[in-house]
Design a protein around this ligand. Structure first.
Ligand code: R5P
Length: 274
């Protein structure tokens, strides 16, 4: 692999563990001011020191991420649809590779919509991006979007979508965790990271998802809402880091979360006493 490509990937997927905790903050590109991401800088700033990469669009990068922060950027370069439309799959490339290079990002990311009316459009856009990425040393991540069709999140569908992306030549895939996730991993010979999806009921549910995904062969997470919609986002990301990078089990992650939460509550209490 080309040196530049290899170096960019190694900034995000840490060579010491072969794993990664990416923080997804790109929801606004089709959802607008998502709950608890209304002010992106306020959400991202306390979490950035714990992220191996930040998933954002160029608008949020320019306005809400300090260029002096030492965190690799995973730039979303697809868009064109909003939640107001029934069909979210009609996306195009919204940010050029030249812009990605100018912003010094570590990878670009684009959603593919396998099984929708715009399947071909999204796959051809992905192929164009991979061609350009190969030429310039820029890794490409495919995101196996399922939009509003959540019932499609089974191993058969996700294995198909991830494999199609791998065949096109992507360097990383972001997908969803599902039952029999090892079938998805085994069918796609590229590193897979999992999204979290909408906020789960308990912290333990989130840690189980992360733990099971890694056990099945994922290299990490690119997770958003289950971190920053928590009342204790820093505690969440620290506990997830322990699972991903230190092989903590779910019980250990819960206790890391509880300790962090107690610390935070103490700090708030003493600040209000002053
Ligand atoms: C969709 O907006 C993006 O691909 C998100 O980055 C992805 O869904 C991960 O975020 P979450 O963990 O909130 O699902």
């Amino acid at each position: 692999m080309d040196w530049g490509m290899n170096n960019r990937i190694s900034r995000m997927i840490k060579p010491s563990t072969g794993r990664s905790v990416m923080l997804a903050c790109d929801h606004g590109y089709f959802m607008g001011p998502t709950h608890k991401l209304e002010n992106p800088r306020r959400t991202i700033a306390p979490l950035a020191p714990y992220a191996d990469a930040l998933s954002v669009t160029r608008g949020i990068l320019r306005t809400s991420v300090d260029p002096k922060w030492d965190v690799p950027i995973l730039l979303r370069v697809s868009g064109g649809a909003s939640i107001l439309k029934e069909d979210l799959s009609d996306e195009e490339i919204t940010t050029s590779m030249k812009e990605a290079l100018r912003l010094n990002v570590s990878a670009v990311a684009l959603s593919i919509f396998v099984g929708t009316d715009h399947e071909k459009q999204s796959l051809i856009n992905l192929a164009k991006l991979v061609d350009e990425g190969e030429e310039l040393g820029m890794p490409v991540m495919a995101i196996t979007a399922v939009g509003k069709e959540l019932e499609k999140r089974d191993a058969k569908y996700l294995a198909l979508a991830c494999r199609l992306a791998a065949e096109i030549g992507v360097h990383i895939v972001k997908t969803y965790y599902c039952e029999e996730f090892s079938k998805v991993v085994n069918g796609a010979p590229v590193p897979l990271v999992v999204a979290g999806g909408p906020k789960l009921k308990t912290e333990e549910d989130v840690f189980n998802l992360v733990h099971n995904a890694l056990e099945a062969g994922a290299v990490g997470v690119d997770m958003g809402r289950n971190i920053w919609q928590s009342e204790y986002p820093v505690a969440m990301i620290r506990a997830i880091r322990a699972i991903v990078h230190e092989k903590a089990n779910v019980k250990e992650a819960v206790s890391i979360f509880d300790d962090e939460k107690a610390e935070k509550s103490k700090r708030v209490e003493s600040a209000t006493r002053l």
